[in-house]
Design a protein around this ligand. Structure first.
Ligand SMILES: Cc1cc2nc3c(=O)[nH]c(=O)nc-3n(C[C@H](O)[C@H](O)[C@H](O)COP(=O)(O)OP(=O)(O)OC[C@H]3O[C@@H](n4cnc5c(N)ncnc54)[C@H](O)[C@@H]3O)c2cc1C
Ligand code: FES
Length: 282
C-alpha cells in the first residue's frame, strides 16, 4: 500500500524532524518550523495535515501551515489544548519530534488555477488556510481575484499579524478582518461582529469563485449560507473538517462518517459532497 506516493515506512513510522524555530503567536498558539532530519522535503499539498508525535507522550493531527513553495522546512501552528499540544508547547528550537504524513487530500490546487478565490478563516483555521494563501501569493499570476476574510474573537487573538500586514498592503489581495468583540482601549480598524458580517462588503463572481472555509464548526453553517446567498454552487464551497483522528490513514475508523474517512477522503470536502454523505450540519 502506498497512499499519496509515500513509502510505506513514512506512513507508519514517525520520521524525526528538528524544530528549527519556535514562535509565540498568541497566548494559546505557537508556530513551529520543522526540518525533516534526513533533509528531505515534506512534499505536501496545502490543506493536508501531519501526525506529530512528542516522544513518550503521544501523537496529534496538525495541519501544515506553510506552503510547499517555501523551501524544505514546513510550519505547524498549534493551539495548546491537552497532553500532546502541551508537551509540544514546552519544546524549544533544537528539539526533535516525530512526523507521519502528509495525510489527507488537501485543496484541489490544480483545479483552482484561473479561479477567483475566497478564503474564509475563523480563529486557528487561518493555519491550514495560510498554506494555501501563501501558495497563491507565490504563484499569484495563476489565480484570479483573491479575497481573504479572517475573523477571531478579539484583536489579541489575531494570528500571523506581520504576514496579515503584508497581505493587507498588497493591491492584488483584498483582506477584510473582524473580531467578535473589541476592548474599548484597543485600536482596531477592522469590523466588529461575527465573520459573516463581512460578506455584504465583498463582491464576487459566483460562477468563477471557489470558497475555501476553515474554522470552528459553528461557523460553517452561517458561512455556507452567505456563500449560497451570493449565488455560489455547492460544489464551489470547500470546507475542511476536523474530526477525532488516530491513525490518519484510513485504518482505525475514528474519523469515519458513514462510509467516508475524513483523514483519507478529506479533510477538504465540497459542501455538495457533505450534503451527499449526510453531514449537512457540517
Ligand atoms: C485534520 C486535523 C487538523 C488539525 N489541525 C490543527 C492545527 O493546525 N492546529 C491545532 O492546534 N490543532 C489542530 N487540530 C486539532 C488537534 O489535533 C487537537 O487539538 C489535538 O489532537 C489535541 O491533542 P492533545 O493531546 O493536546 O489534547 P487531548 O488531551 O487529546 O484533548 C484535550 C481536549 O481536546 C479535545 N480534543 C482533542 N482533539 C480534538 C479534535 N480533533 N477535535 C475536537 N476536540 C478535540 C478532547 O476531547 C479534550 O477535551 C487538527 C485536528 C485535525 C483532525
Ligand atoms: S484517523 Fe484512523 S481512519 Fe481516520
Amino acid at each position: 500500500m502506498n497512499i499519496l506516493g509515500l513509502g510505506e515506512k513514512s506512513l507508519y513510522l514517525p520520521r524525526p524532524a528538528e524544530l528549527t524555530e519556535v514562535e509565540t503567536l498568541s497566548k494559546k498558539e505557537k508556530l513551529f518550523r520543522l526540518q525533516l532530519e534526513d533533509g528531505s522535503r515534506l512534499d505536501h499539498t496545502p490543506g493536508q495535515f501531519v501526525e506529530v508525535s512528542v516522544f513518550g507522550i503521544g501523537e496529534a493531527p496538525i495541519s501544515i501551515a506553510s506552503s510547499p513553495t517555501r523551501g524544505s522546512t514546513f510550519e505547524l501552528g498549534v493551539r495548546l489544548v491537552g497532553n500532546v499540544t502541551q508537551a509540544l508547547h514546552r519544546l524549544q528550537a533544537g528539539d526533535t519530534v516525530g512526523i507521519r504524513g502528509p495525510f489527507g487530500n488537501g485543496f484541489p490546487v490544480s483545479e483552482l488555477i484561473g479561479q477567483d478565490l475566497l478564503f474564509v478563516a475563523g480563529g486557528i483555521g487561518l493555519c491550514p488556510l495560510r498554506s494555501m494563501v501563501q501558495y497563491t501569493v507565490d504563484r499569484r499570476h495563476q489565480f484570479g481575484s483573491i479575497i481573504l476574510l479572517y475573523g477571531c474573537r478579539e484583536p489579541a487573538e489575531q494570528l500571523f499579524r506581520q504576514e496579515l500586514g503584508e497581505w493587507r498592503r498588497r493591491d492584488d489581495i483584498e483582506l477584510l478582518e473582524s473580531v467578535d468583540r473589541c476592548p474599548f482601549d484597543i485600536a482596531w480598524e477592522g469590523g466588529v461582529g461575527v465573520i459573516t458580517t463581512l460578506f455584504p462588503d465583498i463582491d464576487i463572481r459566483a460562477d468563477r469563485t471557489v470558497a475555501m472555509v476553515v474554522g470552528p464548526p459553528v461557523m460553517y453553517r452561517y458561512v455556507v449560507a452567505e456563500c449560497l446567498k451570493k449565488g455560489m454552487a455547492k460544489e464551489r464551497i470547500l470546507l475542511s473538517l476536523e474530526r477525532r483522528m488516530k491513525c490518519g490513514m484510513g485504518f482505525c475508523g475514528h474519523c469515519q462518517i458513514n462510509n467516508v474517512y475524513v483523514c483519507l477522503d478529506g479533510p477538504v470536502f465540497s459542501y455538495a459532497e457533505l450534503a451527499r454523505i449526510n453531514e449537512v450540519e457540517v
